[in-house]
Design a protein around this ligand. Structure first.
Ligand code: NAP
Length: 354
């Protein structure tokens, strides 16, 4: 099978490196183009990157030259891992030039005609992309995946919303330092410490969660009608965001019913998407799990790992959810979106529809 040729914008960053790692030996996609800032452009990737992952930098990628971040030389499928200010400027240029842009940044997630998608949760929002002016004019489009904390939360909530309805959600996060990119949080600020503030993160978690759990109606997403409050904290963990969650349901549910909802949640079963975990929500019964160091790689880093399900004295139920922030929360999420788009025949060629 001929693989789709893809490019990575922001290839030297934390998420860009995860893309390279996850795309090595990907059966459907082949990395042919890498771009980053002007300071990296023109260099060999191996010279420009500070490789931070625990698998070796692939030799053929190390030899590739970093291109300028412009669409002229780029392939038609772009995985974007740019800071949101840069993304706001660059991503539309690629979409306008006819590229399918699969973005990790927050810049356009809440724009009305931009799908914000987790394939297991709301793949049915993807038709929104047909409403984009870029799509109509050049065939290009922009699809986004959520904030790295929203994704684990929403995966755990989706089957509960389907079966029991959600009335109120309270979540407090413990977010890994890799979520801040590289070099990220200064070591003197985070070692032996907790920082109870991550700029704009609480707002993103709240609004993205409701958009993801909303329904597409009359060419727009009607957000879920539920109350939500998020507290976001940075903690001295390398990878893996842990979240304490309390929920109020619209219909009563027993512990067994909640566990069954998580266990039976396999909406992509049979689709054979290479990055999809067989079990998107894994429950661990042990009292002291999930823990980031022990459990973040479940489902190859693509599972939302839940545990500590117990009654809540304020709401109905409370639990802990963990997800890998640069895999399920970023590069893996974008890959899964691209795989779903490929099966829908929307990835390539991104031709102007008749
Ligand atoms: P990062 O480590 O700071 O990397 C940023 C990347 O953008 C680098 O490759 C950098 O290239 C490139 N860049 C900077 N300025 C540029 C410009 N003017 N033109 C082109 N490229 C430019 O950030 P990250 O953690 O990978 O995050 C990337 C995006 O993903 C952000 O929007 C972030 O919010 C989002 N995200 C991150 C996570 C996570 O867990 N880290 C999770 C979900 C979403 P140089 O090396 O040349 O400077």
């Amino acid at each position: 099978m001929q693989r789709h040729q893809i490019g990575i914008l922001g290839a030297t960053g934390m998420v860009g490196q995860r893309f390279i790692q996850l795309l090595e030996q990907h059966p459907w996609f082949e990395v042919v183009w890498l771009a980053a800032s002007d300071k990296s452009s023109g260099k060999r990737y191996g010279d420009a990157v500070k490789w931070k992952l625990d698998t070796p930098l692939p030799a053929h990628i190390a030899q590739m030259q970093i291109s300028p971040a412009t669409p002229e030389s780029a392939p038609k499928i772009i995985f974007a891992a740019l800071d949101s200010d840069i993304a706001r400027e660059l991503e539309p240029k690629f979409a306008a030039a006819g590229c399918a842009v699969i973005s990790n940044s927050s810049a356009f997630r809440m724009q009305q005609d931009v799908p914000l998608v987790i394939p297991e949760v709301n793949g049915d929002h993807l038709p929104l992309l047909e409403k984009q002016t870029w799509r109509k004019q050049s065939g290009g489009y922009l699809v986004t995946n959520p904030n790295c904390s929203a994704i684990g939360l929403v995966l755990a909530l989706k089957p509960l919303e389907e079966r029991f309805g959600l009335d109120a959600i309270f979540v407090s996060t413990m977010q890994a330092v890799s979520g801040a990119g590289y070099p990220g949080v200064p070591s003197l600020d985070i070692l032996g410490n907790v920082v109870p503030y991550i700029k704009s993160e609480e707002e993103k978690m709240q609004e993205e969660t409701l958009k993801l759990l909303g329904c597409l109606k009359d060419d727009r997403v009607q957000p879920l009608e539920a109350k939500i409050s998020a507290h976001c904290n940075r903690v001295p963990v390398e990878d893996g965001h842990t979240e304490s969650v309390s929920i109020k349901l619209r219909k009563p549910a027993t512990r067994e019913q909640i566990l069954a909802a998580w266990q039976e949640f396999r909406p992509l079963a049979g689709q054979n998407l290479p990055t999809a975990p067989a079990q998107p929500i894994e429950f661990i019964p042990a009292d002291d799990r999930p823990q980031p160091r022990l459990d973040r790689m479940r489902g190859h880093g693509m599972a939302a790992v839940v545990g500590r399900l117990r009654p809540c004295t304020l709401f109905d139920w409370k639990f802990t959810v963990l997800s890998h922030n640069t895999i399920r929360g970023a590069a893996g999420a974008a890959l899964l979106n691209a795989e779903l788009l490929a099966t829908l025949g929307k990835l390539e060629p991104a031709a102007v529809p008749a």
